[in-house]
Design a protein around this ligand. Sequence first.
Ligand SMILES: [Zn+2]
Length: 395
Amino acid sequence: MKRRGRIALLSGALLLGTGLVTPVADTPVVSADTEVQKPAISGMISHEELTRKLEQIERISQGEVSVEVAGYSNHGREIYKATVGTGDKVVLIESEIHGNEKVGTKALLNIIKELGTSNKPEIRQLREELTIVAMPMVNPDATELNRRGNEMTWEEVVEDFPQLEGVSPTWNYYTYQNQYWDYSSNPGFDVNRDFNPDLDYVPQADDFPGQSSEPGWFITPEAQTIRDVYKGLQEEFGKVDVFVDLHHQGEYVIDGTDDPVTFSLSGVFVPDPSSPEGEKYSEYADTYDVEFSKQLNVAIYNAMQEMGNSPIGNISLYPQDLDLPGTALGSFALNGSGAVLFEVTGQTQSYGQKKLGQLTKAVERGLHGILNGVATGDVYELDADKYDDIPLTDR
Ligand SMILES: [Zn+2]
């Protein structure tokens, strides 16, 4: 695998418009003389700042937090792994696999710092019972461009995997431009469709260009890095008990109300391998544990409801009829991890950093719901059927 090292980001100039419409493929670029109104994101964390903060947290934690470079993005930026705790139960949490979904990174840094530096009894218990592995900002090239896809051309993929010479680029390869991004001069992949439940999968020409209901290929260095961390934990601990993926969505309200959603949750990303619809995943029927994923989601929901009447307790369920084996969540759930999706309100390119403090606190609170539940064992006692009582999103 080639490593390009730090290079100047040549063609990454953003084409910005004033519109706040949802970007879609083929939306025309707003002409250059349109007045540009770029939502502020200076409160968000850059890759350089992430590096600095992780070094600082490792230092002040006095040995509780260990930070390693787990791999590199396609443009040579570090992808970090911060580990805290010595327990048998493993919780892997990643953020910003989509670079325009940034709140999770802030929340995750706060959590690592707290776990690494607090001596409160309940935090000490988390460190004793759990091994928490945080991967903040796993798609740093996208982070720097405030966009969803990484920075990688199909030609680079074929260089890495010569067996793909002559096949069509994958369905999740972006080459469009709109008022926010110019993938046409600076293409990239949706890294969160590049996972495969077969963690040893090697790309084969017949499996391209694929589609959303089929597994991905581990063609991007970012997905490879996350996969390698996951496999390393499997080898060390036997399994990754919990996998949490921190994302953002558009702005929604709770179904049947006008209450704006703070974040949506989900624990279901593929049809159940034991069901007729999930038959194609039958080899994973013994490892897949959707009941546990549902219990984890209920633990978060309960933690948010305990805040009383706070508006940030407006939590909804993400759409449930998904078949997305190419997502990290889909692939890792099939491998036996309890899986949790956070979808925080507002994509950063249009929503900016509105309510940043509140949303960050909400994600931290939800993550604590998981960590406490697993550390105390309470989550295993929760009624998984309560998952279906979480209100739906009005979509
Ligand atoms: Zn996302």
